[in-house]
Design a protein around this ligand. Sequence first.
Ligand SMILES: C[S@@+](CC[C@H](N)C(=O)[O-])C[C@H]1O[C@@H](n2cnc3c(N)ncnc32)[C@H](O)[C@@H]1O
Length: 279
Amino acid sequence: MTRHGNSQSSAANLLTDNPELYEARFPDPERLAGHWAEDCLSRYGAGPRVLDLGCGTGRDAAHLHRAGRTVTGADLSEAMLAYARTEHPGPEYLRADLRQFTLPGREFDAVVCLDSALLYCHTNAELDGFLSSVRTCLAPGGLLVAELRNGAFFLGRTELLDAPRVNGFTWRGTTYRSTTTLYVDRTAQLLRRTRVWTADDGSAPVEQRSAWRLLLPQELRYVLAANGFEVLALYDGPGPRTEPPWRAGDPEGTATDADRLHLVARLGRQLPTPVRTPR
Ligand SMILES: C[S@@+](CC[C@H](N)C(=O)[O-])C[C@H]1O[C@@H](n2cnc3c(N)ncnc32)[C@H](O)[C@@H]1O
């Protein structure tokens, strides 16, 4: 933790600022997320041009590139983008804020948004900003494929909230330990996370805070419809981060009960007409 060794609390994100550490902490040696995304794209007949929003280290974008797609990866973190360009080459990588972006001169047949990146849209305005930006860069009939936490999981369940989760792993000879506490902020409708990192290299602990929007499945359907998308599939599993994990050929589920959501939506040709209440 040498880069952050002096700080007790940091707005920076140890994992997104250290992409190698991110891949060590969340390994996906089989590229299950990339395989799942490619499977959705081919099953629902997406064209070749794909934008991976919140692409992180670029490993999924590079998988889609190897599958024959023309891929652009976009992320807010310069560190992630630099790593992606050198370690997962093939796609074009550029900086964009998924909450509101324009990519002039570019058009895509599909947008993928994996591992809850969509939930960095904390407010309704940010969600609308995300969906209107996606709409602007998608070709008519283009697909949105996303994989994210399910807000409905937390209705009546506290198993992820009751006690901090401790995780340890060793990277480049240093053993890291993270203690993660999750808290439901009902007013903001956010799942807030506090994570304290310690390392056995003598550096001071680092505390980081983050949050995801708690989106309910019906709320997601509503905001998608309002932004001109037709939901083709929305289910809790199997997926690349479910237990048991998705395997090629698995049928899509029908429930939206467990802690992950998997979404495939198609952009309609025009925005729905707003409903006006008679005076
Ligand atoms: C949990 S990681 C997921 C990375 C990748 N999609 C994956 O599945 O491995 C979330 C990523 O979203 C990026 N991110 C966070 N807020 C963002 C924003 N507003 N716009 C674009 N990317 C953002 C982070 O930098 C990080 O790389």
